[in-house]
Ligand binder design. Sequence first.
Ligand SMILES: [Zn+2]
Length: 305
Amino acid sequence: MEREDYPKDFEQFITKFATEKDCYDYISSLRWPDGFICPRCHCGRSWKTKRSLIVCTDCAYQTSITAGTIFQGTRKPLRLWFHVMWWVMSQKTGASAKNLQHTMGFRRYETAWTWLHKLRRAMIRPAREQLKGTVEVDETFIGGEEEGAKGRKTVTKALVVIAVEVEEKKLGRIRFRVIPDASASSLIPFINDNITPNSTIVTDGWLGYTPLKKENYKHVVHNITQSKGKASDLLPHVHLVVSLIKRWLMGTHQGAVTPKHLTDYLDEYAFRFNRRLSTHRGKLFYRLMQQAVSTEPASRKKIIS
Ligand SMILES: [Zn+2]
């Protein structure tokens, strides 16, 4: 198959994925671009049954095309999954479970919710390139006290560390992580995991960042006492991203995000944000599909727990 083979618009989409077989073949070509190799005997000869099992010609090993993907064990047509994925990727600001339920006519809210969570799991996938160049890093609380619970505030805030690439004063890519506290032992591993060595890291004067001196980075500290300005002027790019994400959580999801699932939502936001300049929605669909076929399935039970 040609690399990066995806429909450019909805018309191409419905032509390309007209049957279940089209969808199976597409998944198969993404998973095994050079053809299926038997994991048991390593031969490259196989055939497909009518029920989309792959059978090794030499040793008769069997596997399904969707085993080990988020589609494993689904009772719904793949065409519906593809359709939902296309729809989710074409919602500029993301999709809520309620939206999805209405659009696709799912009888149960839970179905829509579970599907979106499966797709979010596919969005997080590692294999991401680290941020580089100049990167602003800061922490913030996301969430808040629940409305109408005066005097008995439910603490629903989560502490989140954010890294934002800054290219010529413009926003580049972003990363998030929910952290238990703002100590160095929470902050430094996040930076090591997400930012290439020798990058320039801009933070405020918080002690948690002091060990950066010993790491392989150039550390620039913006100090509130020096700037005499507002805290938001210190790290303007990070603060812009923080306000965007808060608005997104309140808007698209109407604040209905529990701290337990915040990571998933932040990952979805980063997935969309980091690809916001992609011109084709087909390309977003393609990226999500690539990740969906290499993401282990999770049951609804596992998602909730
Ligand atoms: Zn075999």
